[in-house]
Ligand binder design. Structure first.
Ligand SMILES: Cc1cc2nc3c(=O)[nH]c(=O)nc-3n(C[C@H](O)[C@H](O)[C@H](O)COP(=O)(O)OP(=O)(O)OC[C@H]3O[C@@H](n4cnc5c(N)ncnc54)[C@H](O)[C@@H]3O)c2cc1C
Length: 463
């Protein structure tokens, strides 16, 4: 039986990054994968969606070429070529992980892994052949899949999840998107840009409901302006797929409405892959669909750890990677700080983009802080005006007493590439005045961060 120091079960951004860090630290490492290297993120999540969204952005630019003084006879799209490009990007990224595994001398074991007692894993390959492996430490990183609601069963054709949504053979004429978290609104934006008639149904009062309320409101305005129909405070009660189109009964504050569309995309969250992987046999504790772990990702069973989407915390690729790194560094005996979940950035790549970190204004108030809040609209930014993307703003929230940067919320073009400034600033316990005294390049969208901070302290220049 092959024996390793560390075996990682699952090769998503949690698993493969963990394996690389483990190998860097001198551990003999293997990763087990039943599908494609790179997990959901590279194959079915972060990367292929961003490829689709890039096509949408280029198409939108072409359709508005005259705004930039350019003439294009008629912009057109080839939906299957757009999907193919996205798949090629994903495949290329997965091959990149293959290269990284080789470079870092990590064994890749193909097949379905199931934990056994005695720190062993049985792997069943595609020919049903079973092989046992053993390790001193086993890290479970089996991720998650699209969550199914009982009243919205996915048939893969008329009621679909995210995998089908990024590989449809034909572009639907109409689509109902259920759920307005990042995944829902990214697909809503993509299909709307391609010309599909899109309606978003959200149970809560605001779109992107986890964001600061100002962001949600601006986002809803922009979404409606782009032609997407928005139904908040509404829920899909049932779907009827017996006809050519899907009929969805939607409960709203005003009563029931029946919507009709070619497809319904269910984007109501995720379900962790914790079944049939031996957790029960080993007595590994779970709670509310997540594996229970301590600050360094140890389960209640010695030598077994879990990271990524299978544990509590934000289901994001960068979180999964950070957890995996912390987990193996701790195993290596390094002096590791637990992850600060209060400083995890979240990004939504629709148009406008959203990026945020830290507390919303409401959360900060509820936590009892006295606040200094600043805002800078991109309509006052030279770079945004020149780029033709003046929608959106940066909002910063500081503790009035000690100057702590409590939260930063952005909406607008390219803000997902700007939020790291706030993450780093907060990590280094930077005060508002220090941000103000850090010269930001002109003209850039990033000046809006400095100006928003200046606004919080009554020193804004360009408003
Ligand atoms: C449409 C979509 C868009 C997203 N966009 C973003 C984004 O922009 N930014 C972001 O940060 N996050 C995004 N996410 C979330 C992100 O993809 C996940 O948080 C991330 O992939 C979780 O990583 P993971 O390693 O925990 O699990 P996964 O990526 O789910 O990987 C788990 C892997 O384990 C394998 N596996 C499972 N069980 C077994 C088994 N028993 N044996 C062997 N292998 C097994 C699976 O095949 C899979 O490859 C998106 C998700 C979706 C669905």
């Amino acid at each position: 039986m092959s024996k390793y120091d560390i075996i990682v079960l699952g090769s998503g951004p949690g698993g493969y990054v963990t394996a690389i860090r483990a190998s860097q630290l001198g551990f003999k490492t293997a990763v087990i994968e039943k599908e494609s290297l790179g997990g959901v993120c590279l194959n079915w999540g972060c990367i292929p969606t961003k490829a689709l969204l890039k096509s949408a952005q280029v198409f939108n630019y072409l359709n508005h070429a005259e705004d930039y003084g350019l003439t294009i006879e008629k912009a057109d799209k080839d939906f299957s070529a757009v999907v193919k490009r996205s798949r090629n990007v994903a495949d290329g990224m997965s091959k990149g992980v293959q290269f990284l595994m080789k470079k870092n001398k990590i064994d890749v074991i193909e097949g379905f892994g199931k934990l056994k007692s005695g720190k062993k894993i049985t792997v069943t390959d595609k020919n049903d052949k079973k092989t046992d492996y053993e390790a001193d430490h086993i890290i479970v990183a089996t991720g998650a899949r699209s969550r199914e609601l009982p009243n919205l069963p996915q048939d893969g054709e008329k009621v679909i999840g995210y995998r089908e949504a990024m590989t449809l053979k034909e572009q639907p004429e109409s689509m109902i998107v259920v759920g307005s978290g990042a995944i829902g609104v990214e697909f809503a934006h993509f299909y709307n840009s391609m010309g599909t008639d899109v309606t978003v149904v959200e149970f809560l009062p605001n779109l992107v409901p986890l964001e600061d309320e100002d962001i949600s409101k601006q986002f809803e305005r922009s979404f409606k302006k782009s032609g997407i129909k928005v139904m908040t405070n509404s829920s899909v009660e049932s779907v009827d797929t017996s006809g050519k189109k899907v009929k969805a009964i939607v409960k709203t504050k005003k009563g029931e409405e029946t919507l009709e569309a070619d497809v319904v995309l269910s984007a109501v969250g995720i379900k962790t892959n914790i079944e049939n992987i031996g957790l029960e046999d080993l007595g590994i504790k779970t709670e509310r669909d997540k594996i229970l772990v301590n600050d360094f990702y140890q389960t209640n069973v010695q030598g077994i750890y879990a990271i990524g989407d299978v544990v509590a915390g934000p289901a994001l690729a960068h979180v999964a990677s950070a957890e995996g790194i912390a987990c193996v560094e701790k195993i290596a005996g390094m002096n590791v700080e637990p992850i600060d979940y209060g400083n995890v950035p979240g990004c939504t790549y629709a148009s406008p983009e959203i990026a945020s970190v830290g507390m919303t204004e409401k959360q900060a108030k509820e936590a009892g802080y006295e606040l200094k809040v600043g805002k800078f609209p991109f309509s006052a930014s030279g770079k945004a005006k020149a780029a033709g993307t003046p929608d959106g703003f940066v909002k910063v929230i500081f503790d009035a007493k000690y100057g702590e940067w409590l939260g930063c919320h952005m909406i607008g073009a390219g803000v997902t590439d700007m939020i790291a400034e706030a993450v780093l600033g907060r990590k280094l316990e930077t005060t508002g005045h220090e941000v103000l005294k850090a010269i930001h390049p002109h003209p850039t969208m990033s000046e809006a961060v400095m100006e928003a901070v200046a606004d919080a302290y009554g020193e804004v220049i360009h408003l």
